[in-house]
Design a protein. Structure first.
Length: 266
């Protein structure tokens, strides 16, 4: 089915081809949802283009970032009902996708890269679909998408898009599983997160990706196992300053996010 879908959907998927190498030789920030965001001032990252790949648009200071693109890699995410695959419970309403639709409408001059599976429920002039690969004949046989599943998860997908767009250096912000020590939880959840071990996190992917782009993860005060790292203070010249989730986003957004049972919001 997957092999048949791409050729059938090529009129939609080929629209991504206009973004190849449009930022060749530049550097960018990739903004994730890790709990380390609670210690960071987003205004410190407005000197380069930032690519959000999660719920960062819900952050009060999101407008301080310089953005052109958003990446929502999750398949089937913009459907009105959802089910947690871990619990295999009943389908429930998905208010988070409704809130994100408002983001898409608000930033209608920016481009949103969305998984093709969402096409039946989400369409618009600023929506660019992708599916499993770039399906671009200009790419060499040894391009990263031909060597590994480069669209598995939001981190891989976002770095792969940065490579495709021609960036030569990506700084990871809020991508905490790349830190050592690393922390679990998200910036919109309550608390400081929990120290955890994520040894060899995406190691195979990173080893391949480093052939195409320089990668640096921005940490609280630690290092990284096999990619370059720099602390927030070293990179920005600013001190860490913790703020709780209630200070980082609106109560409406927190209530919306709390509908996912795995998030510890309040």
């Amino acid at each position: 089915m997957k092999n048949l879908l791409a050729p059938l959907a090529m009129p939609l998927l080929s629209k991504v081809h206009e973004f190849k190498d449009i930022h060749k030789g530049e550097s960018c920030y990739l903004i994730g949802d890790g709990v380390s965001i609670k210690w960071f001032d987003l205004a410190a990252f407005n000197n380069k283009l930032a690519i959000p790949c999660g719920f960062i648009p819900f952050h009060n200071d999101f407008h301080k970032l310089t953005t052109e693109f958003f990446i929502v890699s999750e398949p089937w995410w913009f459907y009105p009902l959802e089910r947690n695959p871990a619990t295999v419970g009943p389908y429930k309403k998905n208010p988070r996708q409704r809130a994100y639709r408002d983001i898409i409408k608000k930033y209608n001059e920016k481009k949103f890269f969305i998984n093709l599976s969402n096409y039946p429920t989400l369409q618009g002039n600023n929506i660019i679909y992708f599916f499993a690969n770039f399906h671009d004949r200009r790419l060499p046989d040894n391009f990263i998408t031909n060597r590994i599943n480069a669209f598995h998860g939001s981190l891989r997908t976002s770095i792969t898009f940065a490579i495709y767009m021609g960036f030569d250096h990506v700084y990871l912000v809020g991508c905490d599983y790349t830190h050592n020590p690393s922390r679990t939880m998200h910036w919109y959840e309550r608390g400081h997160g929990k120290l955890d071990v994520h040894n060899n996190y995406n190691e195979e992917f990173f080893e391949l990706a480093k052939n195409f782009i320089d990668i640096t993860t921005i940490t609280l005060d630690g290092k990284s196992d096999f990619i370059n790292s720099v602390t927030y203070e070293e990179h920005t010249g600013r001190k860490l300053s913790f703020r709780e989730n209630l200070d980082l986003t609106s109560e409406n957004y927190l209530n919306t996010l709390s509908t996912w049972a795995d998030y510890k919001i309040f």
